[in-house]
Design a binder for this molecule. Sequence first.
Ligand code: F6R
Length: 628
Amino acid sequence: MCGIIGYSGQISVSTKPLEVCLQGLGRLEYRGYDSAGVALAAPGMEEVAWKKKAGRLSNLEESLKKNPLPGAQVAIGHTRWATNGVPSDVNAHPHISQDNKIALIHNGIIENAAALKFDLESEGYTFVSATDTEVAAKLLGKIANQIIEETGTPNLFEAVRRMARMLTGAFTILAVDVRQPDIVVGARHDSPLVVGLGDGESFLGSDVAAFVAYTKEALELGQDQAVQIQGGNVTVTDFDGNVATPKHFTVDWDASAAEKGGWPSFMDKEIHEDPEAVAQTLLGRFDLDGSLNLDEVHIDEEVFRSIDKIIVIACGTASYAGFVAKYAIEHWVRIPVEVELAHEFRYRDPILTPRTLVVAISQSGETMDTLMALRHAREQGSRVLAICNTQGSTIPREADAVLYTHAGPEIAVASTKAFVAQITAAYLLGLYLAQVKGTMYRDEIQDILRDLRAMPEKIQWVLDNQADTIHDAAQKLINAHSFLFLGRHVGYPVALEGALKLKEIAYTFTEGFAAGELKHGPIALVEEDEPVVVIVPSPRGRNILHDKIISNIQEVKARGAFTVAVAEEGDPDVEQYADVIFWRPQCPTLMSPLVDVVPLQLFAMDTAELKKLDVDKPRNLAKSVTVE
Ligand code: F6R
């Protein structure tokens, strides 16, 4: 939520700071696209130079073409997902201090903004916007001037720290001051900020996408830390000014990975990266003898052996990945696995012990609900293992251990390749637990790993062979007012995920149900031509599930439904009863979610595209939900 970038270069006046900001904002726009803005400072400026515009970044770029800003040494840029105040020019960031010397941008929510504003107003400060950020800008201006009065010299770093100590809520703040035109200062509390290390230049960003085109060397900023960048120099302190040593890391993907690379949309590209996301997540996690090796998570085997319960905490798509994993892990490890929406978890006094392993699943590693649940679990003495796709993000940093998914950057707001990578990582965790706890024979584990390794090829088969059928179905159902998605066993969370994809990017009212629930209420929704999408398990193996789902298809069909089935190639019963079939190649039931979700992702994307909607940036949403 909200993308933030900052840049400090060596040359006192150049166009690079603005170029870096606009380039970075382009890569960060998936975090919010209600408005965008930049502010610049250079030696000799009396007031900060800035521009901001409601709407997409392109609006700001157009406006900058008409009225260019001057060259500068430092710059900050912001792309907004509105929390406080409607999306408009005036509410866009940056916000400016009363004397126009300082510009400030912010991600998060300042909870005590109203009280601070009241005090500032009583001192004569005036406000033009409805945002909490403007309160911070005015407050920072006041504190910066107080410091000049006290010491005779400007000290933006100290001013930001003093202000950070006064704010409550969640924030990442960046600021520039014309009186120190070679520095950018940042501070973070419960909101992300990473530092990029260039050659004689430095960067700040909400995530590494902000600066990966310039450098892959980065620092993770800890909770309640402030940072000053000045050309190639970086200083990090806590909010009291004590110097801190941040953790260095190297970004493991190239800038090109965060580009469309010829695809019409990021979502299209990312769905086509599903096979690679699974393959990459499996890579390098085996010993020479083929046994699973998760040494990277740095939890002793002894501790893993003692685990007697798993609680998965996650939101949205990530929670459905956890839900899929529940079926597999309970089956393999024979310990209970609960899946809990992170925002519900900490408000219900969950039973947590040192033998509970809490697994926090998050693509972004920044989802505030998941982060708060993680903190709660750790406070209660449980170990937290993060399954995460984003290096340097907060959730893996605060967890006891991390298992990275290696899906590469996911830019489209709707999560796709992260889902299959999360299932893969959670399966690896389950099999590893089975290995150390001895709940499965080595041969059994090897068989499942072989099945897992075969999945990228099977996903590719769906992408190569089912696209036309899926597109035709989307065309046929384009005017449907609502959809029902049904599944049983692992097909149930897949149905929930398919329904979520369709509602979030095609804006069609869609519900996912456990198919067995149908007769307990939802079947009343079925009327003539109501589209019902059904995930059909394999007729081989646990065919009792298959038969029950076939009965469900018949039940809705008898009431006029138009049925779309996701089913195993050549399933004769499905051929008889479904109106449209998206085929999957044969695979074991527990592996089927990895393929079954793929046609549903394509179906949602095709439907949204046919409706001429922006599939990468659906309305009202943002990629990283960094507020509760
Ligand atoms: C749906 C979607 C969201 C996220 C959820 C959690 O397509 O993207 O439901 O899955 O907001 O996000 P992360 O995984 O970043 O914690």
